[in-house]
Design a protein around this ligand. Structure first.
Ligand SMILES: Nc1nc2c([nH]c(=O)n2[C@H]2C[C@H](O)[C@@H](COP(=O)(O)OP(=O)(O)OP(=O)(O)O)O2)c(=O)[nH]1
Ligand SMILES: [Mg+2]
Length: 317
């Protein structure tokens, strides 16, 4: 019987990001005659009926690489439609494993640092995995600026504390705003941190900042991604429709809020972790939990399918 298009039941795939002590990740090249053949992948394979994701991952990594997974934890879940096949990639980070990885099916292997991974070498669904590997577990949103010297001193303290992803969220206007953003960018660059400009694509472009953070309103109005792939585009989402809009624009990551009650938005109804988990699972990109979060909530956010936690109070401090 002729095919009538893609199989409506998505294929569940257990995918392992195996890391070594230097932070490099293991990639393998898919054989030319297979689906997405010739592209690089993270090792793994189909989850069999009655198998859990972690059981499938252990089996696949033993079959394909000859290693034993000692422990794995969720990184991201990505649903993707290739047209000829729908997949759901259940991606786990594997930091604890034993044995020596070899390409037991004849597949070439390579160890690469996250910034050495080019999404163009991988199947399209892998873009969100590569972004997740490059992003930290905290996304620090700045407080507003009343006095530039004090604001910059706080930025220095936040950077000295090890934070590496900062959102410039400051209500200053005109030249004052541009000058402060430019100085903030220089201080971030000096320590290898990234700075995203809230709600101002033009300023992000003018300063060649690391990216822009779209407000919910901007996200709903845009029809195309406002910056090229070498600058991040992040967005604020409050519901599944915003996540779909962000996906259609091709944003790199999002914050989903308010997960818990927060003093900055006292009237807003908290989502709770169950809704966060369900909505983040629909996003093909990493999602940070925002709203009433502290650094202590990071592990919970990761267990719930998030990239980590975002916030002002508790982070910009
Ligand atoms: N393993 C893996 N599969 C991926 C990645 N990205 C991606 O889109 N896929 C897709 C390609 C395939 O359609 C599907 C994996 O199926 P597969 O056929 O390779 O699974 P398998 O290892 O069980 O292979 P086989 O036993 O059927 O030979 O997921 C990735 O990074 N790793
Ligand atoms: Mg496989």
């Amino acid at each position: 019987m002729p095919s009538t298009g893609a199989d409506p039941i998505p294929l569940r795939v257990a995918v392992g990001v195996v890391r070594d002590e230097r932070g490099r990740v293991l990639v393998a090249r898919r054989a030319l005659d297979r689906h997405q053949g010739g592209r690089w992948e993270f090792p793994g394979g189909k989850v069999e009926v009655d198998e859990s994701v972690s059981t499938a991952l252990r089996r696949e990594l033993t079959e394909e690489l000859g290693i034993t997974v000692d422990e794995c934890r969720p990184l991201i879940r990505i649903a993707h439609d290739y047209g000829d096949r729908q997949v759901v990639l259940e991606v786990r980070t594997v930091d604890r494993w034993s044995g020596e990885a070899v390409g037991l099916e004849g597949q070439p292997l390579d160890w690469r640092l996250p910034h050495e991974l080019d999404p163009a070498d991988f199947p399209a669904a892998n873009r969100g995995i590569i972004t997740a590997l490059r992003l930290p577990g905290h996304y620090v949103i700045s407080a507003d600026c009343h006095e530039p010297a004090a604001w910059l001193a706080m930025l220095d303290r936040v950077l000295a504390g090890g934070e590496r992803l900062i959102q410039f969220r400051v209500r200053l206007q005109g030249e004052d705003r541009r000058v402060l953003a430019d100085e903030a960018l220089a201080r971030c660059r000096a320590v290898g941190a990234r700075l995203l400009i809230n709600g101002d694509v033009a300023l992000a472009r003018a300063l060649a900042a690391d990216g822009v953070h779209l407000t919910g309103r901007e996200l709903s109005r845009l029809r195309e991604r406002p910056l090229p792939p070498d600058q991040w585009v992040a967005a604020s989402c409050h519901d599944p429709q915003a996540i779909r809009q962000a996906a259609s624009l091709g944003v790199d990551f999002a914050v989903l809020s308010p997960v818990a009650a927060t003093a900055s938005h006292p009237g807003a109804q908290p989502l709770g972790w169950a809704a966060f988990n369900g909505w983040a699972a629909e996003a093909p990109f990493p999602v940070y939990a925002l709203g009433g979060m502290t650094p202590d909530d990071r592990a919970m956010a990761c267990r719930q399918g998030g990239q980590g936690v975002a916030g002002i109070s508790g982070f910009w401090a």
